[in-house]
Design a protein around this ligand. Sequence first.
Ligand code: NAD
Length: 363
Amino acid sequence: MKIGVVGCGNISGIYLRNIGGVFHNIEIAGVCDLIREKAETQAAAYGGLRIYRDMYEIFDDPDVDIVLNITRPNDHYGVTKEALLHGKHVYSEKPLATTFEDGRELFELARAKGLTLGGAPDTFMGAGIQTVRKLIDDGEIGFIVGASAHMLGRGPEGWHPDPEFFYKKGGGPMLDMGPYYVTCLVNLLGRATDVTSFGRISFPERVIGSEPHRGEKIEVEVETFSTGAIRFASGAVASLTVSFDTYANQPSYIEIFGEKGTVLVPDPNCFDGVVRLFKPGQGWTDVPLVPGFTQNSRALGLSEMASAMEEGRLHRANSMQQLHVLEIMTAFSKSSYANAPVRITSPFERQPAVDPDRICGQY
Ligand SMILES: NC(=O)c1ccc[n+]([C@@H]2O[C@H](COP(=O)([O-])OP(=O)(O)OC[C@H]3O[C@@H](n4cnc5c(N)ncnc54)[C@H](O)[C@@H]3O)[C@@H](O)[C@H]2O)c1
């Protein structure tokens, strides 16, 4: 299937490399960017790709099967909505949108028009998290009691060339990094039913430490330290803390506590990593990864979506999952501001584990 790419920023390189390079059932039709030079740079770097005037030229091209929306979070809703209205299937970077209401509108629009919608993250489809998935599905740790997850850092303004959006509405650590963690949790633990959380803005003003905006100040609009709990339909309870306000922490990402043992889940922002299992009487052991994708395989979810469309089945990185994850993430700040638990209403069903031999790509 042919992919029309909207956005030629930081993340575009890995998609342009992997589409057609690693994954053989998808190829690039062409690219566009609001800043023409960015499109020109990427088009030249990846083999002389076609440059579209703007996203509407992509939407009007009958050769384009799927629009890849790799703009910034605040632009996802507008670009995805226009693409759907023009009758295109869409795969979007995370998050689906920046409010649950906007995400639900996109989900319903795609459904009403009979179009396929999906998107990042697809790291949960990599060998690291799929290994944990197999341990859980095989009953290695029995039923899941709960989980603990955290993504802690000091924020991106020290290195990112244009970091303001991370601190404005639609930004913050939850919408930026939360998709990796919450997507991983729902893939392992299933549908969530409730969220309760507290958050704060520890530093109302941030100073940019990177060029070209060094020294400029950012007024913070979103919670930058947020800690809460997610309850799952299974009865399991997970704690999740995300932060742009903290310095050092120990590098443990997600721990799953089961009836018969504990599993350490690797970094959900990566496709590989180390999986460790604790069983009483046996202590900690490293678990060999299942066969699968271990490199930076962004576009894995897009490739699998293209296969699923051809086979007439639901894909893994689907919009039901994206919407459920968005509802959980936005419930954190809703709960914090309302000082009350928030009920999660969107449906969610875990899709089968990934069979890497059925993906049209090399792992
Ligand atoms: N940068 C990373 O390391 C990284 C990693 C994983 C995921 N992501 C996600 O990827 C997405 C993009 O991030 P990025 O860092 O590449 O951002 P970026 O700002 O570097 O690039 C986004 C590009 O989209 C273009 N754009 C916006 N609206 C457009 C439109 N209507 N038509 C054409 N072009 C348009 C912008 O001009 C810009 O060049 C975000 O959702 C982010 O969360 C980024």
